[in-house]
Design a protein around this ligand. Structure first.
Ligand code: ATP
Length: 310
């Protein structure tokens, strides 16, 4: 499959803030690719550069083989976009909005087909301000489709939706993929990324810190285990740091948790420490780290960039 989106060494700064610091990834046709990261990580800036809404300071951007920096007009025709919130006049109806957006393109999809496809036929002539959050998001998706784009870009598409509306939108996004389109989306939500995305890039402070399929990232997470324990009285954090190495450790009174690649050795060191200080173990849990813990570990602790797949 050819790569329908290529982002290579993208850089963007706002005054003193380096929002995007050398981001690279590629998305083949027919894939759902998720950019996942905490607030301010640089996800929206990356998308905005790709969409031609911001001028990057450096890097290469390509959409369906078109150099998006050299020929933004052609690149934009290949892209459909639904941003975080769609601002439309209160009284415009879905049918009118689709007609209006379609008029911007020499070739566009008929409004009736899109209304049906995105389950909006019953609301076709209702004013925008009377639509539910889920209906507004479905209209945003329908608007992204008026010119039958090859690549659909969705910035946090399900934020603020209830579980039912979220699931409906997920179904729509999976259908977009089944139609052979490429989907690039951002989300804060790991469960969502796991359900929808073929591959995920975790982005933090303007850099990609990990890339892979959800299964690959989970497998990487399983290389480490989480240990949590409670003692009958607190021990100084410095003593625990000696046992756990201090990395990814949290110590709150008599409750301690940390991650380890060698649970046997860590538990032995813990029991030795407790015996030395005559402290009793009240609870001890060892379990596999979850993708969420890996995500938090990578985005919290100044992790270095690894495996940034091109
Ligand atoms: P969120 O999940 O909160 O939407 P994000 O990952 O999309 O975050 P960006 O919106 O790309 O992150 O922001 C990246 C960094 O750039 C942040 O530090 C943000 O404060 C800064 N930034 C974004 N837009 C601007 C702007 N127009 N002017 C100045 N700084 C900006």
């Amino acid at each position: 499959m050819p790569d329908n989106v290529v982002v290579r060494d993208l850089r963007k700064r706002y005054g003193g803030t380096e929002a995007v610091r050398g981001v690279s990834f590629a998305v083949p046709a027919g894939e759902i690719f998720g950019l996942l990261g905490p607030n301010g990580a640089g996800k929206t800036t990356t998308l905005e550069c790709l969409l031609g809404l911001r001028e990057p300071d450096g890097g290469h951007l390509e959409v369906c083989g078109v150099d998006a920096r050299r020929d933004p007009r052609t690149a934009k025709r290949k892209l459909g976009v639904a941003l975080q919130s769609t601002a439309l006049p209160d009284k415009i109806t879905p049918r009118e909005a689709l007609g209006l957006f379609g008029a911007f393109y020499p070739e566009h999809v008929a409004a009736d087909g899109l209304l049906e496809r995105f389950a909006l036929t019953a609301k076709a002539d209702a004013p925008f301000d009377s639509l539910s959050g889920g209906q507004k998001q479905r209209l945003a998706l329908a608007l992204a489709f008026v010119h039958a784009p090859e690549v659909v870009v969705l910035d946090e598409p399900t934020t603020g939706l209830d579980p039912q509306a979220r699931r409906e939108l997920h179904d729509e996004i999976l259908r977009i993929k089944r139609d052979g389109k490429t989907v690039l989306l951002t989300t804060h939500d790991l469960a969502e990324a796991e359900q929808l995305c073929d591959r995920i890039a975790i982005i933090d402070r303007g850099r990609i810190v990990a890339t892979g399929t959800p299964a690959e990232l989970v497998a990487r997470a399983q290389g480490k285990q989480s240990v949590s324990l409670v003692t009958d009285r607190p021990l100084a954090a410095a003593l625990w740091a000696g046992v756990t190495g201090g990395a990814e450790m949290s110590c709150d009174g008599a409750t301690v948790s940390f991650r380890t690649a060698d649970a046997n050795a860590s538990v032995a060191a813990v029991t030795a420490l407790l015996a030395e200080h005559r402290v009793e173990l009240v609870e001890l849990h060892v379990r596999r780290a979850t993708l969420e813990e890996i995500f938090l570990g990578l985005t919290r602790s100044g992790a270095t960039a690894t495996e940034a797949a091109p």
